[in-house]
Design a protein around this ligand. Sequence first.
Ligand code: ZN
Ligand code: ZN
Length: 367
Amino acid sequence: MARRVRAALAEIGATEFRVAEIRLRDPGPRDVVVELAASAFCISDWIALRGDMGLEENGTLPAVLGHSAVGTITEVGAESALLPGTRVVLTATPECGACFWCLAGRIDQCAGLFTGAPVLGTLADGREVFAPGATGAYAEATVIRDTQVWPVDDELPDAWLAMLGCGIVSGAGAVVNVAQVTPGSSVLVVGCGQIGLWMIQAARILGATTIIAAETSPARAALAARVGATRVVDPSTESLLDVVRAETGGRGADFGFDAGGTTDAVEQAFLGTRNGGVTTLTSYVARDTRVSLPLYDLALRGRDVRSSQSGRLDMRRDIARLLPWLADGSFDVRAMLGGIRPLDEIALTLAAARERREITPIISFSH
Ligand SMILES: [Zn+2]
Ligand SMILES: [Zn+2]
């Protein structure tokens, strides 16, 4: 296939994407070229575009963002065992299988993660274009490590599978892999965007019987109830901690989850978790952001805080676990889908995510 593809570019000083043609680099021995069918828009790419991921400081602009997608392999490097024609999902995390972290069972911290941004290709004027996260999924095609794509033998729609690589694995993975929510337990989810709503869904499926969701947007609060929350709180009008205590015998939730994208959400999730409970964090605000948590609870009251980079994914295992929930209707997928738009409408896609009007806007390349 032609390696001249159209892509949504993040550029220095711009807070909107610009669609431009790039020429993809040649695949290395362990790379594959993937023609994309659909990409899920992730709010973290808005954080990157507005300058809070340090892309400009790192010298990695212009860039193609996007890290959760589905497509078809069209070319393989000389040493890759993957085959052209294979339908694959793309993720943000490489799983090299050979570094210290992969061998230690902490694939989510693979040495290939956050190690800068490879060159994805060049613009017509010769400038290099980078792929922070090494995925480059807001493009008609991308060149990517073969350890960062996963074959999916399934007939599910592209828009559904596009959500696996970040939203589903990050949200449901936090519940299934990190916190390991148990049947009959109580769960608090602070923030009901993409990640929080997948968390609620997974907690429901795992049998949590009390699921408290904190959300200020009425539309998102309604979605939280639709996908499984048993009590939805607007923390701007009600005391979240009072509600949590009332719903959990005065103790706090067995499992607290932060999915609010703010330091407040982190603190609320922690304070709403009971002694001896587990709080799982997913928020990222900016590189130098700090949070303040009460040391007494951390040191003496048995409260574990867990980090959940992409839900501590292991895609082979997680596809086996989570894809059936997509296929059998356990996940309410339609509650999660935003508009499905072509690449040329990336401005509308970005606005829908930035203004919190849609949970998961999808970029479709089959238009
Ligand atoms: Zn993401
Ligand atoms: Zn690794």
